[in-house]
Design a binder for this molecule. Structure first.
Ligand code: TRP
Length: 359
């Protein structure tokens, strides 16, 4: 069987370093393993509209931002098919047939959807399109016959739901769809990078994100004002690592060689942590180190982003052409589905024959 990746993001804002360590970095690694027959990266604008339907201009203005973030991270347009969801209308049709295979209570039990309903205050009146988005996500994944879906942790319930839909479809209509698997980052700190304020998640509305498009000075300012251990008042005080954002970021980003380059008095992160815990190590020193570690990772991303931004017409054309390719693939899956369901009347030579042969 072919190995295929499909994944994507909602274009509701620029991507931040939480997206980067949580999933983007892994996508680039997977791209470079050459193990995959095809890689699709989707800008999920239709899904973004499920909770931003009143603000299509917000989605519109982030299509190219997200494309630039993808390219900046090292996703290579020669190796991956980067496309826009709404340019593939077959996805909607596939969704429509999947809707028969899922109950409302199953959708409402999806933990990510549940949390999002609460966050948006939708409890009393949930838009149908919103509660339906896991089904539409199953269409995204299966339309491309994806075997592998690299995502952040919060997306695992969507993949589970997709697998259920695939099994049900195949059981009812015959073996047609491919059952996908999710792939997470191997580093626990990367799974859910907290905001710079120590809050559980980076979110644009909380203003606690470091964006891939931030310049060096913005990143430095955000790092220097990051949440640490509120009880670590004097340098000599012992410090706490739990819930200390600076150390969580170091867990996510730093490697032993960074110490040799920027902080040679420590051998590795464990040595730095031990000193912090014992007391005698100030936050400023750790933050400056983190800033250099981040800079090493972010500087090339920023440079590449600027390069691509200078050739935006090419990026636009690339998205357009890739959306045509993506559409072809989704149409092929839809055709197979309709054949399995025997609702492909006008492609089916047996359709009239069956009618005429009926007793
Ligand atoms: N739900 C994903 C997000 O919140 C975006 C997305 C839409 C997606 N369709 C997908 C991710 C299919 C992986 C596979 O960012």
């Amino acid at each position: 069987m072919k190995k295929v990746i499909l994944t994507g993001d909602r274009p509701t804002g620029r991507l931040h370093i939480g997206h980067y360590v949580g999933s983007l970095k892994r996508r680039v690694e997977l791209q470079n393993t050459k193990e995959f027959d095809r890689i699709y990266i989707m800008i999920a604008d239709a899904q973004a509209l499920t909770d931003n339907f009143e603000h299509p201009e917000k989605v519109r203005s982030n299509i190219l931002e997200v494309a630039l973030d993808y390219l900046a991270c090292g996703l290579d347009p020669k190796k991956v098919c980067m496309f826009v969801q709404s340019a593939v209308p077959e996805l909607t049709e596939i969704t429509f047939y999947y809707m028969n295979l899922v109950t409302l209570s199953r959708l409402e039990r999806n933990p990510t959807v549940k949390a999002e309903i609460q966050m948006r205050g939708f409890e009393t009146s949930i838009p149908v399109g919103f509660v339906n988005y896991p089904i539409s996500q199953a269409a995204d994944i299966t339309a491309f016959k994806a075997t592998t879906v690299p995502v952040g942790e919060d997306q695992l319930p969507m993949i589970e739901q997709t697998r259920e839909i695939v099994r049900k479809f195949n059981a009812i209509y015959g073996e047609t769809l491919v059952e996908p698997e999710g792939v997470l980052s191997k580093n626990a700190a990367c799974l859910r990078l907290p905001g710079t304020d120590g809050k559980a998640k980076m979110s644009k509305s909380l203003g606690n994100c470091i964006y891939l498009a931030d310049d060096a000075e913005e990143v430095r300012k955000k790092v220097m004002s990051m949440y640490t251990d509120p009880d670590h008042l004097r340098v000599s005080d012992p410090g706490k690592l739990e819930g200390n954002t600076v150390f969580t970021y170091l867990d996510a980003f730093c490697r032993d060689e960074h110490f040799a380059r920027y902080l040679p008095e420590y051998e590795n992160l464990d040595a730095l942590k031990n000193h912090y815990r014992a007391g005698g190590l100030g936050d400023v020193k750790v933050k400056k180190f983190l800033n250099r570690v981040l800079e090493e990772e972010l500087e090339p991303i920023r440079t590449r982003r600027l390069e691509y931004a200078g050739r935006i017409e090419e990026v636009y054309e690339m998205l357009k052409q890739n959306s045509i390719e993506a559409r072809r693939e989704a149409a092929d899956t839809l055709e197979r589905m309709k054949a399995a369901m025997k609702i492909n009347y006008f492609e089916d030579a047996d359709f009239l024959k069956d009618w005429n042969a009926r007793g």
